[in-house]
Design a binder for this molecule. Structure first.
Ligand SMILES: [Fe+2]
Ligand SMILES: [Fe+2]
Length: 175
């Protein structure tokens, strides 16, 4: 089945959106590297790699569907933040935006009756649910910790022990 042109365009845009995400998380990792929070830096670095895998998963899908890959420039990410809480608030908004993008993609796949694409996008919708949940949970605990250095360091240590999410490492399509 030939890939619908509108769907193909949106899938190409999503390669860029995921790479932008990866870049945003890398900038967050770099910001944390300048603070005592090495655990949060590690978390953001891991997240950056996962977003890169997402981009490659979309890339591979476009290739597998025999459609043309068209890469675009990746925007410069925000580089300065006020606090760990501020970073995670940006992260949650970022994930919510990606969830919105994937929902749009799913709706278009549905309109053009591309069930194979819907299958890929369902995997991503699931992944988004997980990512939003993980970020939201950390955000809530950061709010509880407030400005207490001891509590923040406990959360930092926990963030540093985070492994890559199961969904992203076992999701197939070369991921
Ligand atoms: Fe992603
Ligand atoms: Fe994400």
């Amino acid at each position: 089945m030939t890939l619908n042109p509108k769907l193909s365009k949106l899938l190409n845009e999503q390669i860029n959106n995921e790479l932008s995400s990866s870049y945003i998380y890398l900038a967050m990792a770099a910001w944390f590297e300048q603070t005592p929070y090495s655990g949060f830096a590690q978390w953001m670095f891991t997240q950056s790699r996962e977003e890169n895998m997402h981009a490659l998963k979309f890339y591979q899908y476009v290739v597998d569907r025999d459609a043309k890959v068209e890469l675009q420039p990746v925007a410069k990410p925000k580089a300065s933040f006020k606090s760990p809480l501020d970073v995670f608030e940006h992260s949650l908004r970022q994930e919510q935006e990606v969830t919105r993008q994937i929902n749009v993609l799913f709706e278009v796949a549905e309109q053009v009756k591309d069930h194979a694409a819907k299958n890929l996008l369902l995997w991503f919708l699931n992944e988004q649910m997980e990512e939003e949940k993980t970020v939201r949970e950390m955000l809530e605990r950061l709010k509880l910790a407030g400005n207490d250095p001891a509590s923040l360091l406990v959360l930092d240590r926990e963030a540093g022990s985070r492994k890559g999410s199961g969904g992203s490492t076992t999701g197939g399509a070369g991921a």
